[in-house]
Design a binder for this molecule. Structure first.
Ligand SMILES: NC(=O)c1ccc[n+]([C@@H]2O[C@H](COP(=O)([O-])OP(=O)(O)OC[C@H]3O[C@@H](n4cnc5c(N)ncnc54)[C@H](OP(=O)(O)O)[C@@H]3O)[C@@H](O)[C@H]2O)c1
Length: 285
């Protein structure tokens, strides 16, 4: 069997087309949507990601004010920049590019951000909103995975979803999201991790298997139920080389699978802008 591919690009295109239309409507109503970015240090890859997001922001009809702090910036200086964007009513979303230099505490910085401007959806208050089902910015990669499944018309409701990994950015919020009572979620979700030594017992029965471990090649064909949907979200980078959790040979067993490159990634960026446009729209309420 060779699995159907589940690319992320058409999902991202659909989401971004919607964001563009909403941004144009906001501008007509006198609100210029704005996504601010903060970069600390001189990491080339991070600077590149910021440039891509700024270019995309411009294409979508957003302003994107930017602050670049030097690599030796202090925690207080970072908090000061965040505080400035928090109080700036023309700024609706703020992105703190990760990673930041090792002497700085990212989580502490994130906690000073206005939760309503948290376009990554990672502020502890937004995790809490997700846990109790209150509206708020959703964590981008989990929300992107839900959108990817919905776009490719893969039923999730009532089905057995197994997630390998319980990390704070991916596995844990994804489990909460896919268990919510909503037509594109509503699944029977199981989360496995290093504490479950016989985790293949669970993945082998999954109708939808989501790899979120960050361990290259951890998911092998024998871990996949024939015909299952396999979503590869976990990756590790060795230099520029991307090493996915899901071994390519799984495509011979799965019914549908994300491609090695261009699966979950593009949906994550689209969700960032979806969170930003929602934040901008809230100013009209
Ligand atoms: N595609 C995207 O856009 C995107 C976005 C965000 C994150 N990611 C990727 O998603 C992955 C997870 O991110 P994260 O921040 O949630 O990472 P994390 O905090 O390191 O979590 C990894 C999880 O995998 C589990 N795990 C690791 N090795 C395992 C093993 N041998 N057997 C069973 N479970 C194992 C860990 O179990 P324990 O809890 O027991 O240690 C942990 O729960 C990373 O590869 C990251 O790069 C991708």
């Amino acid at each position: 069997m060779t699995a159907r591919l589940l690319p992320g690009a058409p999902v991202a295109e659909a989401v971004l087309a919607d964001v563009t239309a909403r941004a144009a409507r906001l501008r007509e109503a006198g609100v210029v949507p704005s996504l601010a970015t903060i970069l600390v240090g001189d990491d080339d890859a991070s600077a590149g990601y910021i440039r891509i997001k700024q270019r995309q922001a411009a294409e979508l009809g957003f302003e994107s004010p930017h602050r670049h702090l030097p690599a030796d910036a202090t925690q207080a200086e970072l908090h000061e920049v965040i505080a400035g964007f928090n109080t700036d009513k023309t700024v609706h979303g703020v992105l703190i590019q990760y990673p930041i230099p090792g002497h700085l505490d990212y989580d502490a910085a994130l906690q000073t951000l206005d939760p309503d401007k948290d376009v990554d959806g990672m502020h502890p208050l937004n995790m809490g909103r997700l846990a109790v089902g209150l509206p708020g910015p959703l964590p981008c990669t989990p929300a992107g995975i839900e959108a990817l499944l919905a776009h490719h018309e893969i039923p999730v409701a009532g089905r057995e979803v197994v997630i390998l990994g319980r990390g704070a950015t991916l596995g844990r919020p994804l489990a909460m999201l896919l268990a919510q009572k909503r037509p594109t979620a509503n699944a029977a979700v199981t989360v496995v991790h290093t504490g479950v030594a016989d985790w293949p017992r669970y993945t082998q029965r999954a109708e939808i298997l989501i790899a979120a471990a960050g361990v290259p090649g951890i998911i092998q064909p024998e871990h996949v139920k024939p015909g299952a949907v396999v979503i590869g979200a976990g990756v590790r980078y060795e230099g520029r080389r991307l090493l996915p959790d899901v071994d390519e040979a799984c495509a011979e067993v799965a019914g549908a699978i994300t491609p090695r490159v261009g699966g979950v990634g593009p949906t994550t960026v689209a969700m960032l802008f979806r969170n930003a446009i929602q934040a901008a729209e809230r100013t009209l309420l």
